[in-house]
Design a protein around this ligand. Structure first.
Ligand code: ATP
Ligand code: MG
Ligand code: FE
Length: 345
């Protein structure tokens, strides 16, 4: 099927077009520059930017794909989770399109879409697979039985998300927002063993209750204390070393727990998705440690890891292919949609 997907859960207005698992267009307009001076995404600003970008982004996607809107077989849209006002813009646009074109509408889960997008690059998903989903708002380990109908959470962060930790530590180091890519770049010239930062929820006691959960707020505080102590002593802060050591601590925990979960579940395929999956150290470390255990790793290219419309179209396409009934035309946007709700009714 030819599916158009719309994504507006945060600050990216994404419109993707796929045919089956073939990506035809992935147009993204980001309002990230408008949020940079606030150090985080401002919901009202994001919603307004989605309104302004929606029609031009749809037009750009159709042009790239070389299709007309009436060629589309179905419309898919992120119905949650995300910022309520931002989601509403995408959902309203998708409803208008679906109704005016007389095409079925599929309201889909943003997290499931971060998993489904890998199909556009590496072909059909191995199912079951273990998914490590790491972004600005989420850090979860998921057992994916069927990406269109059955995803079970094994664990999640109990405080900050991994991307949030990257963004906060970047801010401490005076790097621009969003900080993930800047930490990644700085870390390349620093030493990952310069500073021994804490690995959250890895002590024997914590593992009893939180084997597959994450915690990054203690790490963020440890970095803040270390930087403050340096500044008090009047010595320069070695930004590259702090970035590399911090990044190592985050990746170490993410990879360790993901591989532990895969082993515990008897799953041989690990999929990593979400914005933080763009991190070069995370990709290399996962690859290296998984191969020692005979576990295969799939990570989409960085441009498909961060929020985009192609991921929504990819999940929509799989849902259509499996014959699930479409959502109703009055489907709601749900800012706290759980990952177990993959398709809105
Ligand atoms: P959600 O959590 O709802 O999926 P999001 O806005 O966080 O939404 P994403 O685009 O998936 O959306 O992820 C953005 C996050 O990914 C930011 O926190 C950003 O710093 C982080 N990120 C992007 N590139 C890198 C990188 N190379 N290394 C580390 N983190 C990165
Ligand atoms: Mg974003
Ligand atoms: Fe996301």
């Amino acid at each position: 099927p030819l599916v158009l997907g719309i994504e507006t859960s945060c600050d990216e207005t994404g419109v993707g077009i796929v045919r089956g698992h073939t990506l035809l267009a992935d147009a993204v307009a980001s309002s990230v520059d408008q949020h940079a001076r606030f150090g985080g995404v401002v919901p009202e600003v994001a919603s307004r930017a989605h309104l302004e970008a929606m029609v031009p982004t749809i037009e750009r996607a159709c042009e790239t794909a070389g299709i007309a809107l009436h060629d589309v077989d179905a419309i898919a849209v992120t119905s949650g989770p995300g910022l309520a006002g931002a989601l509403l813009v995408g959902v309203a646009a998708a409803k208008s399109l679906a109704l005016s074109l007389g095409k079925p509408l599929y309201g889909v889960n943003h997290l499931a879409a971060h998993v489904a997008v890998d199909q556009l690059e590496h072909g059909p998903l191995p199912e079951p697979c273990l998914a490590l989903l790491v972004s600005g708002g989420h850090s979860s380990l998921l057992r994916v039985e069927d990406v269109t109908s059955s995803i079970n959470p094994l664990g999640a962060t109990i405080d900050d998300a991994a991307g949030e930790a990257f963004d906060k530590v970047a801010r401490l180091l005076g790097l621009p927002f969003p900080g993930g890519p800047h930490i990644d770049r700085q870390a390349a010239s620093g030493s990952s063993i310069a500073i021994d930062f804490p690995r959250g929820l890895t002590s024997r006691k914590d593992l009893e209750r939180h084997r597959f959960d994450f915690s990054f707020s203690g790490l963020k505080t440890a970095v803040a204390r270390w930087v403050e102590a340096r500044e008090r002593s009047g010595e320069p802060v070695p930004v590259a070393d702090v970035a590399a050591s911090f990044q190592e601590a985050v990746c170490d925990v993410l990879v360790r727990k993901a591989l532990d979960a895969a082993s515990a579940e008897g799953i041989e395929d690990l999929l990593i998705g979400g914005g933080v999956a763009a991190n070069s150290r995370l990709r290399a470390m996962a690859e290296e440690r998984a191969s020692q255990l005979g576990i295969r790793v799939r990570v989409p290219r960085p441009g498909l890891c961060t929020d985009n419309g192609a991921m929504v179209a990819a999940l929509g396409s799989s849902i259509v292919a499996r014959g699930h009934a479409p959502s109703s035309y009055d489907l709601p946007a749900d800012s706290s949609l759980p990952v177990t709700s993959i398709l809105a009714v």
